[in-house]
Design a protein around this ligand. Structure first.
Ligand SMILES: Cc1cc2nc3c(=O)[nH]c(=O)nc-3n(C[C@H](O)[C@H](O)[C@H](O)COP(=O)(O)OP(=O)(O)OC[C@H]3O[C@@H](n4cnc5c(N)ncnc54)[C@H](O)[C@@H]3O)c2cc1C
Length: 375
């Protein structure tokens, strides 16, 4: 098989698969190189599935709002597979006045960016979700937020890309990007050499290993995130849930299980190498938070817990850019633990950058050269 295509995408997570899909949809030939034997073996198959606009960094708000308005609602139909997208709103809950202050600040910031999000009291929140604890005093409410199934979304983009002729080579780690005539044109991988007119790096936390070969580095760290899934139960509520203090976030999935994510405080003490096991303290800690807000869930059994690394960028927003240092190269990494919700838009933009089209929106806040060294 020919190792020449219009574009090479490095990394078959949700961002890489979706970028390949949008490129193929435009008629370009694409090769995707994936280090693992499996596609989606990074954060994309381990995340909590939040498709959330509220509580976003203001720079990311246009990306996610574009996706929620234009891409997510038709994604299952477009990709020919149910990605279990639910758009039933997001309740971010508070129990104290300090919590309410935090929620008000988040709400004001998002509302000034044009998002329909507002503060509601306990009574209104209880009407939306009757299972809330009486300890809750108020919440922010964003009716257009939602969630989707990350494994299915990653798989759906992969399958749709394959149907359009994208070549996926798994078990093929990209080692080095090579310039030819001053432009990134070649990838030396473990088992072969691949040529293209442009190269997109979407290798999550491992992106820097590849970018180092052309002298680039995105300031990001591996940070541990953990999730758990409960046994299934009858349909109760399908809002996305969160709290002012980010004790936990989660939702009920289509088949009835609840998927929750949370942080433990032990995240900095992990190695950042390989696939991390879930830490013993995480699920119990997350559950203690959940039960205070949703006592009705206290007897649900946890079926499984897992962990994954996020590519946490210095300023917690991604790099989506064509760095001027390396013509022909496109970078899409540093999604900092919230890349799933923006994946359709980020990938659509990466596909545009790869073929030198004008991006559908202003992405100047995601430039590679925004990190200045202090003098
Ligand atoms: C536990 C957890 C919960 C999360 N919850 C949410 C959430 O609720 N909402 C949200 O929006 N986001 C969430 N995220 C973040 C989200 O999962 C990521 O931002 C997103 O999946 C990033 O996708 P990606 O394709 O960039 O990276 P990844 O999914 O990490 O994919 C990168 C791929 O590149 C491959 N690769 C690496 N090196 C090479 C190489 N040298 N050559 C070839 N391939 C290579 C890897 O094997 C991998 O398959 C969560 C993350 C975690 C870990």
């Amino acid at each position: 098989m020919s190792n020449v295509s219009d574009v090479i995408v490095i990394g078959a997570g949700v961002i890489g698969n979706a970028t390949a899909y949008y490129l193929a949809k435009k008629g370009y030939s694409v090769t995707v190189l994936e280090k693992s034997e499996y596609i989606g073996n990074g954060g994309s198959s381990r995340n909590g599935g939040g498709v959330r606009q509220s509580g976003r960094h203001p720079a990311e708000l246009p990306l996610v709002m574009y996706g929620v308005q234009n891409l997510w609602p038709n994604l299952s139909e477009e990709l020919g597979m149910d990605v279990e997208y639910y758009q039933q709103g997001n309740l971010r809950l508070g129990k104290t006045l300090e919590h309410i202050k935090i929620l008000e600040n988040l709400t004001n910031s998002a509302a000034s960016g044009g998002l329909d999000v507002r503060m509601i009291d306990y009574g209104d929140a209880k009407e939306i979700c009757p299972y809330l604890s009486e300890e809750v005093v108020g919440a922010s409410w964003c009716p257009t937020d939602g969630h989707a199934n990350p494994l299915l979304t990653t798989l759906a983009y992969y399958r749709a890309a394959r149907r359009l002729g994208v070549r996926f080579v798994s078990g093929e780690a990209a080692l080095e990007i090579r310039k030819i005539g001053g432009r990134a044109r070649q990838v030396a991988a473990e088992n072969g050499v691949y040529n293209a007119d442009s190269i997109v790096v979407t290798a999550g936390i491992d992106s820097n290993r590849i970018l180092a070969s052309v002298g680039l580095k995105v300031p990001m760290n591996p940070a541990l995130l953990e999730c758990l899934v409960t046994e299934d139960c009858p349909p109760m509520f399908y809002q996305m849930l969160g709290t002012a203090m980010a004790d936990f976030y989660g939702h009920q999935s289509k088949h009835g299980s609840f998927v929750f994510g949370g942080t433990t405080g032990f995240e900095p003490y992990t190695s950042g190498v390989g696939v991390p096991p879930a830490t013993p303290s995480s699920a119990p800690g997350t559950c203690r938070g959940i039960i205070k807000y949703f006592p009705v869930l206290k007897d649900l059994k946890i079926v499984r817990a897992w962990a994954g690394y996020m590519d946490d960028c210095f300023d917690h927003i991604p790099v989506i850019d064509t760095p001027s240092e390396v013509p022909g190269l496109v970078i899409g990494c540093g999604f900092s633990g919230h890349g799933f919700g923006i994946s359709p838009t980020a990938a659509a933009v990466l596909a545009q950058l790869a073929v030198e089209e004008t991006p559908v929106m202003d992405i100047s806040q995601f430039k590679y050269d925004r990190f200045k060294v202090r003098g």
